[in-house]
Ligand binder design. Sequence first.
Ligand code: ZN
Length: 247
Amino acid sequence: MRVLVLSDLHSNGTALDAVLDAAKQRWDLSVCLGDVVGYGPDPNEVTARLRELGTKTIRGNHDKAVSGLMATEDFNPVAKVAVDWTRAQLKPEHMAWLSALPKGPLETDGIVLVHGALQDEDEYVFTPEQALDGLLDSNAIVTFFGHTHHQGGFSYRDSHLEVLQIRPRAAESFAALRVEQARRYLLNPGSIGQPRDGDSRAAFAIADLDHNVVEFWRVPYDIAAVQERMRAAHLPEPLVQRLVAGR
Ligand code: ZN
């Protein structure tokens, strides 16, 4: 079974279309690690698409903020502007779907899904110490996380935690990771809608655990078209510009 792993879509419909084109239905089911909305110009389109696909989705901090389940005091000013704009745009049925999203960790089809960290859905996992916290208690060999918008992750064996450098190079569209049964993995598919790891291409993963492989993908999309819609919506300029930098 091939599982399409999506994360941090952030209302970017053009990037999501490019991802689904690249994945070409060579997957059996889809999951999402949260942050369906926030930052981008297409909250209704992206939410509708996930609902159509029947994607098993957990909530991210932006989904919580938009649906009023989390205060935005800790959000930076531009993120807060985008939250307020998104709230005003969302159709009631999509808002209801977002506000009912379950919290991670969620165990499904042999993998575990979290938005931030296993121990805290809102924590950013950047360091090996953070990655190790809770990893050995996870019920699956592979746990997927999002939130940082950095593709890659960590693997653990015999008291040693390794940082995985697994992102596809500029000329490549995917890189494959071989999964060893004796290890534990904490893997980030990267962000579809707002990558921050220096590569502006939309990021996702496909997990084929029957064959012990996780594929990390990057696909280009029409960034200028998204920027044009963001400017037309008067979304903050720093959010518009960071898409090109991938930071
Ligand atoms: Zn995010």
